[in-house]
Design a protein around this ligand. Structure first.
Ligand SMILES: [Mg+2]
Length: 219
């Protein structure tokens, strides 16, 4: 095996929303009536008019102000589904001796709800917390989305004494371009971003995560 660690994106890679929606779009649709905030806020973020942390705060406070509880958030995750073959593919990688981690702009509650038995040793995601009555109480924007994804991979590789050349990354979207460049081998699965497609070492068009395995020397 040429690789020791595999890092995964979540939304669009391991877990799919209806019409390609991320967890943010699913929750904005459920609690504010429209998924369109995401495109507007992404445009402001790209223009330097909104920080990532401010963007997270706008979304989370939107749900909070709509009265969303933990139970309602969990119910709202119902349309989110795991991609076919996720458990089997991850098991194959782990059996081959790889460390498995998530480096994602997703929400920890969603990953832990939709994939409670996940095998990841480290989770770099956004965090949301609740008070005793289940109302949204606090949140923590991850510093490890966008360019920060690459920083998280570099830090992990350093901590685990694994050369970056022996690290794999699998993602699908524009926030994955930096980490795809940093990883020794990168795969785009059903990519939604031409820039990512032209950055990665392999493009896999499939609804089944097991189709990444041949690219890593596994079957
Ligand atoms: Mg994604």
């Amino acid at each position: 095996m040429n690789y020791d660690l595999a890092a995964f994106d979540v939304d669009g890679t391991l877990i799919e929303g209806p019409d390609g929606m991320t967890v943010w779009e699913v929750l904005n649709l459920r609690f504010t009536g429209t998924p369109d905030h995401n495109k507007e806020r992404y445009a402001l973020y790209k223009a330097g008019k909104l920080s990532y942390a401010e963007w997270v705060e706008l979304d989370v406070t939107g749900w909070r102000d709509a009265g969303a509880t933990r139970d309602e958030l969990v119910e709202a995750f119902a349309p989110l589904r795991m991609r076919d073959g996720v458990r089997e593919a991850l098991e194959s990688l782990r059996d081959a001796g790889m460390r498995l981690v998530v480096i994602s702009g997703t929400l920890d509650l969603m990953l832990n709800t939709v994939f409670p038995d996940h095998p990841f040793e480290d989770l770099y995601t956004n965090h949301i917390g609740f008070d005793e009555s289940g109302r949204i109480d606090h949140w923590r924007a991850t510093p490890f989305d966008m360019a920060g994804k690459a920083e998280a991979l570099r830090a992990l590789a350093l901590r685990e004494r694994i050369p970056l050349e022996r690290c794999v990354f699998v993602g699908d979207s524009s926030n994955d371009v930096w980490i795809a460049r940093a990883a020794g081998f990168s795969i785009a699965i059903d990519p939604r971003c031409p820039e990512l497609e032209s950055t990665v070492d392999a493009v896999v068009r499939s609804n089944d995560l097991r189709d990444i395995l041949p690219h890593l020397g596994l079957t």
